[in-house]
Design a protein around this ligand. Structure first.
Ligand code: CTP
Ligand code: MN
Ligand code: MN
Length: 528
């Protein structure tokens, strides 16, 4: 039983503003390294209320006075109206480590009848809202569930607090299930920004540290709300824990804030958003003093690659993400073209869309056929030719295969594979329903879409599928796992057992997991 329904409109009642207790407005956060503020009565000035139709009450039970006072002050500073006492005007009750049933019981003791409009929320909602600087949308993961039967499965239905007996979490993403249901966005967003910044600085060690931290947090079935919750979680070193602690206490990380304001980070982020522009080019442009794309494109002395020219030409389309509907439409084009030449070809949409993502930066396809090697080799050139004739080809780069049958898998976790492949930009005409209307450019009836086509030999299809499904972090970890835990070598082509000195064949991804002694992880659980 849910007390409040998802996305229920906020209460329309008029609220009377209660005076705030000045004693509660002075902050002295629980973090030790910060000197305690002297003179708690030196109250901070009253804060403006930005969100008028929300009245919060933070439950002290199980949270403690210090943390409650701290959260109340923080929320008020962010423009939330927070009451000291529970009254009729309260619209949102925020609790920590309490189930919905526990909150209800407490309300009963206080002689307050919970109306259906009252939201019973986990503290994670408040923390996320403070991070966002506004109330975030309330979803099921924030709402406290009122359990009707206590003897039934413990922790059923909701897991906003860590389960009592936590199964040991693996340091490898291939031994964790990571769906798109991320309970720790506030932390993982921060670590992804820090990782990206490390990548821009070509600091590999720091990049890996932050990516692994983001990845393990994405797999948790609960929101981290106190440092206690991080106990026993791998991949969280001191540096990472410091960032987590700061976010728990302040709702944001000062280091992330500094990165977002950093000129070099901002420039690299902008430059690398252009298809064909990597770190080297960004570095060059940054050193030359460029800070905007318009200055770069209007500069007469700069030379661009064919790829970058396409990147600038279709910039707006390419930075706006590909939707699943667009991906499906591209899938129809790919099937039509491929089957025209190789009717028995297998075509699978891989990458983020196979993992269930709703949007992507491109659409990836793996193509394979049990037919002859020659047919196989000729397919992509024929497809390109066909699209060119139809006027659908905006850009392409065909990379010939360098695949050798008995080559040992690569030792590196991040190397490119040897299959024949084609990186393209396709012209996708809008479906009739929304033709023209949603587009800014008057009269433009198509969108440029990035597409990756990979052609692999039939015997390698399971490895290629596993390799091209991602996520990148999942791929890195399953290779690392193979090397360090199984003395095997895995890449997009093959799996080699170094002890037995044999290649292990596989017809399906399930067989590869079985060879590695891993429980099977579904594609939608590989969003590490
Ligand atoms: N990949 C690869 N070799 C490449 C490029 C990609 O093996 N040269 C694999 C990566 O493991 C990656 C997957 O193919 O996980 C898909 O790559 P990409 O399209 O870059 O990422 P997605 O996960 O699909 O994410 P997005 O939605 O941004 O496209
Ligand atoms: Mn992709
Ligand atoms: Mn891709």
């Amino acid at each position: 039983m849910f007390l409040a329904s998802v996305g229920a409109p906020e209460s329309q009642r008029q609220h009377q503003r209660l005076p705030m207790d000045p004693l509660c407005t002075a902050s002295s956060g629980p973090r030790k390294k910060r000197p305690k503020q002297v003179g708690a009565s030196m109250a901070s000035p009253p804060h403006d209320i930005k969100f008028q139709n929300l009245v919060l009450f933070i439950l002290e039970k199980k949270m403690g006075t210090t943390r409650r006072n701290f959260l109340m002050e923080l929320a008020r500073r962010k423009g939330f109206r927070v009451e000291n006492e529970l009254s009729d005007s309260v619209t949102h009750i925020v609790a920590e480590n309490n189930s919905g049933s526990e909150v209800l019981k407490w309300l009963q003791v206080q002689n307050i009848r919970a109306s259906s409009e009252l939201e019973l929320l986990d503290v994670s909602w408040l923390i996320e809202s403070m991070g966002a600087g506004k109330p975030v949308e309330i979803t099921g993961k924030h709402q406290l569930v009122v359990k009707t039967d206590y003897s039934a499965t413990p922790n059923a239905g909701f897991q906003k607090t860590p389960p009592l007996a936590v199964k040991k979490i693996s340091q490898y993403a291939c031994q964790r299930k990571t769906t798109l249901n991320n309970y720790n966005h506030i932390f993982t967003d921060a670590f992804e920004i820090l990782a990206e910044n490390s990548e821009f600085k070509e600091n590999e060690v720091s990049y890996v540290t932050f990516m692994r931290a983001a990845s393990v947090l994405k797999s948790l079935p609960f929101t981290i709300i106190s440092m206690k919750d991080t106990q026993g979680i791998p991949c969280l070193g001191d540096k990472v824990k410091c960032v987590i602690e700061e976010i728990i206490e302040d709702g944001e990380s000062s280091e992330v804030k500094a990165v977002l304001n950093d000129e070099r980070y901002q420039s690299f982020k902008l430059f690398t958003s252009v298809f064909g522009v990597g770190l080297k080019t960004s570095e060059k442009w940054f050193r030359m003093g460029f800070r905007s794309l318009s200055k770069i494109t209007s500069d007469k002395t700069l030379k661009f690659t064919k790829m970058q020219k396409a990147g600038f030409l279709y910039y707006e389309d390419l930075v706006s993400c590909v939707t699943r509907a667009e991906a499906e439409a591209v899938g129809v084009l790919v099937k039509e073209a491929v089957w025209a030449f190789l009717p028995d070809a297998f075509i699978t949409m891989t990458g983020g869309f196979r993992r269930g993502k709703k949007i992507g930066h491109d659409v990836d396809f793996l193509i394979t056929s049990p037919g002859s090697a020659e047919d196989e080799e000729q397919l992509l050139p024929k497809v390109i030719n066909l699209w060119e004739k139809k006027g659908l080809l905006l850009y392409y780069d065909l990379v010939e295969s360098t695949f050798e049958k008995f080559k040992l898998p690569s030792r590196q976790v991040d190397t490119l594979d040897h299959f024949q492949k084609c990186f393209l930009i396709l012209k996708l005409h809008h479906q009739r329903v929304d033709s023209g209307r949603s587009n800014q450019q008057e009269g433009k009836t198509w969108k440029a879409i990035r597409v990756d086509l990979v052609m692999c030999p039939y015997e390698n299809r399971a490895f290629a599928l596993l390799g091209w499904t991602g996520s990148r972090q999942f791929e890195r970890d399953i290779r690392r796992y193979a090397t360090h835990e199984r003395k095997m070598m895995l890449d997009n082509h093959a799996l080699y057992d170094k002890t037995k000195r044999v290649f292990l064949k596989a017809e399906s991804e399930e067989e590869i997991f079985a060879h590695l002694g891993l429980d099977y992880i579904e594609p939608w659980e590989r969003n590490a």
